[in-house]
Design a binder for this molecule. Structure first.
Ligand SMILES: [Cu+2]
Length: 591
């Protein structure tokens, strides 16, 4: 029996589909150049020199498809060493190019360059890159747009167009000088002077209105908004006046659509949001406003705006419309309610692999605290002359001189220890008022890592504490993985009743989870990515104070389950030169 025309068409379509799939296995290579240099910028009537990438703020966006590889050659033409991190990209077996300083590499010295290789694998949607040295993230960051692989499409109707919205902080002064001042004095850090949307503070700040970011839209079209929050120290609420938001992606993975009038986004998070321009022709405010629930610390209370502006002929009457239903600065419930709505697709095309209860081989209970360290002669600016600090399980992380990855890979001892604890040193009522005795408030300093065997199933229970009456929501970020957020809730974690509330069916995947103020969050992941992977609060002031640690995931049994060979060149560490030259000759042997 011959083929009917219908069957032929079917076969041709199938063949076409297969041809489209062919390049997918390989992915494309992309080449970018980042030139890091000081550039003058003026905001809020103040001009300052800022360390930026390609003289832009925010920096350039990368555009790739799922499965591609990018090479970014970073030329440091600045005055101090810096690194770049590819936030949320798993980099399978490729920790050499992850970027956090003193964890996977030493800073790229001024006058030199270093090429990062970024392997895009399972990520799809929006992620971002940023400098990962001290507080340089403030001025060096940008979006990474990861489109569906060729031959595949979005799990929602294809949007008519897309727009990138990057949120950041603006400081009138030099951010690195502010950091050095804060860390040398041991007190509170200076607040930002503004928030920005795509580099502009917007209508509610001095000298800003002329340059407010405008997002022009056509009536009837649906836009994919790619949101990145690179604000330094504050979670943000986001809304567009009179427009409904449909959240479809979080941290480089699609989720079940969430229809809402606002979102909460922490530093470190990225979200994909659909919005249809279905309102009367006009101008509507896009706002970001801080969500800050801490008591001990203050925050920048200002609100940044952009304008969602319809194309076409209409008369402008007064100010753009203002969102009517916008949570207040300290409203915690709307923030947590929003996060709890996020669920993974868990579909055949977007499958998940959540470690189940009986698979967990490593379970860690990690307290997340603001703390203090003693200062010589009580000369610091924190309470009682102490130095303000922060800690995970009472350990304030200290950066080593040789990055953990080099030290681990070359079997060099003396730079870190492997005794990061699975529990805090003492158990107490973590969320009560007035936890003020030395026992509770003083943390120890150390460079402690947790070693995981290849492919272990890991559960991390983060417990927010109210030590020093400083409870607040902390966005905890893990490099090298996307974890499943299986639960979060208020108060002290109860290991009998709280696990009954876990979502083990369709928990969302993310790289950053907000640990609620005086509450807990539980994440799970499989340690299938050998390497050294940093974990830290994504508030830069907390990270600088020690709210960080690293995992070492050991190699698996085969070459394909082991760390890739190091590149021929890594930026040098300013440490014992004999050690370093030994390590470099080792690298050359490997290359
Ligand atoms: Cu924090």
């Amino acid at each position: 029996m011959g083929s009917s025309p219908c069957e032929l068409r079917w076969l041709l379509a199938l063949l076409g589909g297969l041809l489209l799939l062919l390049p997918l296995a390989q992915g494309e290579d992309h080449y970018y150049t980042f030139v890091l240099r000081d550039t003058d910028f003026t905001r809020l009537c103040t001009t300052k020199s800022m360390f930026t990438v390609n003289e832009s703020f925010p920096g350039p966006a990368l555009y790739v498809r799922k499965g591609d590889t990018a090479y970014v050659n970073v030329f440091n033409e600045g005055h101090y060493g810096v690194t770049i991190h590819w936030h949320g990209i798993k980099q399978p077996r490729n920790p050499w190019f992850d970027g956090p300083e003193y964890i996977t590499q030493c800073p790229i010295p001024p006058g030199t360059n270093f090429t990062y290789q970024i392997l895009f694998t399972s990520e799809e949607g929006t992620l971002w890159w940023h400098a990962h040295s001290d507080w340089t993230r403030a001025t060096m960051h940008g979006a990474i747009v990861i489109k569906p692989a060729l031959g595949t499409t979005y799990p929602f109707p294809e949007p008519d167009d897309e727009k990138v919205l990057v949120f950041a902080s603006w400081y009138d002064e030099d951010v690195m000088e502010l950091m050095e001042e804060a860390l040398s004095e041991g007190g509170l850090t200076t607040l930002s002077d503004a928030y920005c949307i795509n580099g502009q503070p917007g209508d509610f700040y001095n000298c800003s209105r002329e340059n407010t970011t405008r997002i022009s839209v056509d009536y009837g079209k649906t836009y994919l908004l790619r949101l990145v929050n690179s604000v330094q120290n504050t979670d943000m609420y986001f809304a567009i006046a009179n427009h409904t938001l449909t959240v479809v992606g979080w941290d480089g993975a699609y989720i079940k659509p969430v229809v809402t009038s606002y979102i909460m986004i922490t530093p470190g998070q990225a979200m994909d949001i659909l919005v249809t321009a279905d309102q009367p022709l006009g101008e509507y405010y896009i706002l970001i406003s801080p969500f800050f629930d801490g008591q001990a610390d203050d925050f920048d209370h200002s609100i940044a705006s952009a304008i969602f502006q319809y194309n076409g002929n209409y008369t402008h009457t007064g100010l753009p419309a203002y969102p009517s239903d916008f949570p207040g600065w300290e409203d915690m419930a709307p923030a947590i309610d929003f996060v709890k709505q996020l669920k993974s697709l868990n579909s055949p095309e977007h499958s998940i692999d959540v470690p189940q209860d009986d698979e967990i081989t490593t379970r860690m209970f990690i307290t997340v605290s603001i703390s203090m360290m003693k200062c010589p002669n009580a000369s610091c600016e924190g309470p009682d002359g102490n130095r303000l600090a922060s800690a995970l399980n009472n350990i304030s992380f200290a950066n080593p001189d040789l990055d953990v990855l080099q030290a681990y890979y070359s079997n060099t001892t003396g730079y870190y220890t492997t005794d990061f604890p699975d529990l805090p040193p003492t158990l107490f009522n973590f969320t009560s008022e007035d936890l003020l005795t030395d026992n509770e408030t003083l943390s120890d300093q150390g460079t402690k890592v947790k070693v995981l065997n290849f492919n272990e199933s890991v559960e991390l229970i983060f417990q927010g504490t109210n030590v020093m009456n400083s409870g607040e929501t902390h966005p905890m970020h893990l490099h090298g993985f996307r974890f499943y957020v299986v639960g979060l809730g208020p108060g002290n974690f109860d290991n009998k009743t709280d696990p009954e509330t876990y979502n083990l069916y369709d928990p969302p995947e993310a790289n950053t989870v907000p640990v609620p103020k005086d509450g807990w969050a539980v994440v799970r992941f499989r340690a299938d990515n050998p390497g050294v992977w940093y974990m830290h609060c994504h508030f830069d002031r907390h990270m600088a104070w020690g709210m960080d640690m690293a995992f070492i995931v050991k190699d698996g049994p085969t070459a394909e389950t082991s760390i890739r060979k190091p590149p021929a060149y890594m930026p040098p560490c300013e440490t014992d030169s004999s050690l370093l030259s030994a390590f470099h000759s080792y690298l050359r042997q490997q290359a």
